[in-house]
Structures are given as C-alpha cells and as structure tokens.
Design a protein around this ligand. Structure first.
Ligand SMILES: COc1nc(N)nc2c1ncn2[C@H]1C[C@H](O)[C@@H](COP(=O)(O)OP(=O)(O)OP(=O)(O)O)O1
Length: 216
C-alpha cells in the first residue's frame, strides 16, 4: 500500500487512512520554522448551501474573509477556544465539531500556525459585527463541492437552495489561497489535514492537502 509522506508539522491525532487531495508550488523545500502556535477556525454551514464568513477588519489577515477564530489561550482546550472566538467575533454559539487540522508557515510571522478547524450546522444568538470581524453569509458554489459529490450537487446547489438565494458566492479571491483546497473537504464532511507555506506577501509557495477517502 502507498504510504503518504506527511509534511513536517502535520501530525495525525488518530490513526486514520488518508488520500492526498492536492499538492503543488514552486518551492522544493518546506520552510523551516522554530515555534508553533495553536489556533482555531470555525465555520457555520447551513443546509450545505450557505456559510458564514467574517471580513477581518484588523490584525493578521486584515482585508480577507475567513472563518472565526484565533489563538488558543493558556489553560484553554482547542474546542473552548473555538467557541470563545466564535462568540467574541460573531456574537453566536454553535455546536462545533472538529473537521480538520491545518499547518501554515508564513514568512515573517513569529511562529507557525497549527489550526484546528471546526464546523457546525446550526447556531444560536444574533450574528453581530465586532471591532475585528464583519460577518456575512455566502452561498456555497457548486465548484466548492468535490467532484465525487457531483451526483448530489443538483440537490445541494446553492443557486437552487432557498437558504442561499440572493447571496454572493464564497469570495475566494479575497481569502487565503489555501482555502480553495480544503474548504471543499470541509463541506463534504471528509476529515482533512494540510500544510501551506507563504511568503511575506501572502503568496502561497508550497502546499499539500489530504483527507479521508471519498465515499463512492
Ligand atoms: C496562512 O493561511 C491561513 N489560511 C487560513 N484560511 N486561515 C489562517 C491562515 N493563517 C491563519 N489563519 C487563521 C487562524 C485564525 O483563525 C486566524 C488568525 O487569528 P488572529 O491572529 O486573529 O488571532 P487572535 O487570537 O484573534 O489574535 P489577536 O487577539 O492578536 O487579535 O486566521
């Protein structure tokens, strides 16, 4: 059986079987890093049709749309941090479920990012803009669903779902370049891992992503 070589920094928490879903980039080598900091990133996805994103108004990633998240504080678990950040940045609570782990190295950042990604299909509370984030709903375009799910896209299509009517599609051009590789895995419910390296201008230099095999 083919053995996957995980990039440095990518570690599996469970013994799961993975298939590579994407890799590329002009760089031969992964960038070295000295320190790792732990983060979360959370997404609310309704009816496989629309997703809540936040426009980052300040700080790291300013000007980009992303999920809601931040650093895991000392004494907190990852899920506690994810729930706190969702509440702080969007004003809501949600039954978050872990769905993936991402590892990013950004030239100039003081540490590599190890990010636990969470998703939820519902939420409570009132979505609220904060100093840091401006939340908005986006329809999940068909292209964000992996080809293996194409037989279901007729039913899940954002354009045909009343939950997504009138919403703009996910603004990939105003998001981190890694997102297009792992968001479809999140939407399809396949646990995933991945790594991407960026230069100081946020250009993606090298990437690798893997997920559990798609159901046939
Ligand atoms: C580099 O590639 C990235 N891609 C994506 N999709 N998301 C990323 C990337 N790098 C970081 N992130 C995520 C991880 C977190 O959810 C946020 C960054 O969190 P932030 O710096 O805002 O953390 P806070 O604890 O809120 O920071 P302050 O308290 O200092 O505001 O981006």
């Amino acid at each position: 059986m083919h053995t996957l070589h995980l990039p440095p920094g990518v570690e599996l928490q469970h013994n799961i079987s993975l298939v590579e879903t994407a890799n590329g980039g002009a760089s031969e080598q992964w960038v070295d890093y000295k320190k790792v900091k732990f983060y979360t990133n959370a997404f609310v996805i309704i009816n496989d049709a629309k997703v809540l994103l936040g426009y980052k108004k300040r700080g790291f990633g300013q000007g980009l749309w992303n999920g809601f998240g931040g650093k895991v504080d000392p004494g907190e678990t990852s899920i506690q941090a994810a729930q706190r950040e969702l509440e702080e940045e969007a004003g809501i609570n949600a039954p978050l479920e872990h769905c993936g782990v991402l590892f990013f190295v950004v030239d100039g950042a003081d540490a590599a990012f190890n990010i636990d990604v969470y998703r939820a299909n519902e939420y409570t509370g009132t979505i609220t803009e904060t100093d840091e984030m401006r939340p908005a709903w986006f329809s999940i375009q068909k292209e964000m669903l992996p080809p293996v799910n194409s037989h279901t896209t007729a039913d899940c299509s954002s354009t045909s779902d009343k939950h997504a009517e009138g919403l703009p599609p996910i603004p990939l051009g105003q998001m981190w370049a890694d997102d297009e590789f792992w968001m479809p895995l999140m939407f399809s419910g396949r646990p995933f891992v991945g790594r991407a390296d960026f230069d100081a201008d946020s250009k993606m230099l090298k990437w690798w992503f893997a997920a559990t095999p798609a159901e046939s």
